[in-house]
Design a protein around this ligand. Sequence first.
Ligand SMILES: NC(=O)c1ccc[n+]([C@@H]2O[C@H](COP(=O)([O-])OP(=O)(O)OC[C@H]3O[C@@H](n4cnc5c(N)ncnc54)[C@H](O)[C@@H]3O)[C@@H](O)[C@H]2O)c1
Length: 252
Amino acid sequence: MVVNDKVAVVTGGASGIGEATAKQYCEHGASVVVGDVDEEGGEEAVASIVADGGEATFVPTDVAEEADVKRLIETAVDTYGGLDVVFNNAGTEGALAEFAEYDSADFDRVVAVNLRGAFYGMKYGIQAMLADGGGSIVNTSSVASVTGIMGRAGYSASKAGINGMTRAAAMEYATDEIRVNAILPGIVNTSMQDRVAVQRPDSTDRYEISEAMPGRATPEELANAVLFLGSDLSSRITGVTLPVEGGFLIQP
Ligand SMILES: NC(=O)c1ccc[n+]([C@@H]2O[C@H](COP(=O)([O-])OP(=O)(O)OC[C@H]3O[C@@H](n4cnc5c(N)ncnc54)[C@H](O)[C@@H]3O)[C@@H](O)[C@H]2O)c1
């Protein structure tokens, strides 16, 4: 029960890494508020947590909309009496195209969801934490933030931006007992990877060898890292961009 009695907000909690994280937080004693644009998936994720005896609430949220994220954070504070953890995880891969053909509107949308959405979660999450004695922010970045990946201009920009925001906010709030960290997933078995496999059928074979460890990560393996970073077990860790990628980044 490493996050017992903590209150956590998880964006993108209807599916994949976010859903696995919301479940693990509840299993470890936290109350969780899930925000997602997928209302059906979000309601289902929360119903499954509640059926297992956990405490969770769903708030329909488009993280690209500032008012939505503000309401999400306010719901957590109003419903559970405070805020300890915000996991800014909602994300989209966008279309697949190289720079010369990359659609500018798609670039804006990917950055609005992945980067501006995380900024809103940090802004309102930090406001609530300043009023409540501190907390932990965890952002979902990607190995794409530090390596070159092809066909994903908006995604690469947004994930590198998350690393910068993570370090800047960690500096700003280090004396306020607010820690800010990010995880860098590699290849994780989620619906995002299913969509990538449709966009780029050759990706499956390539991805199987991109991590030094065999196979792919499960969403639960990523959730373990988010659980650690949100808990007091990581009390001295801030400003870190933590690879959780089976050795993707150590390969030549
Ligand atoms: N799967 C991977 O291999 C991988 C690798 C690196 C990073 N990531 C990152 O992990 C995060 C989670 O992705 P996942 O793999 O679990 O994929 P996923 O598609 O299973 O989950 C993403 C969730 O985000 C939600 N979402 C999308 N746009 C949203 C918006 N505007 N507002 C609110 N919610 C929104 C979706 O509805 C979905 O529930 C993303 O930030 C992604 O970029 C994934």
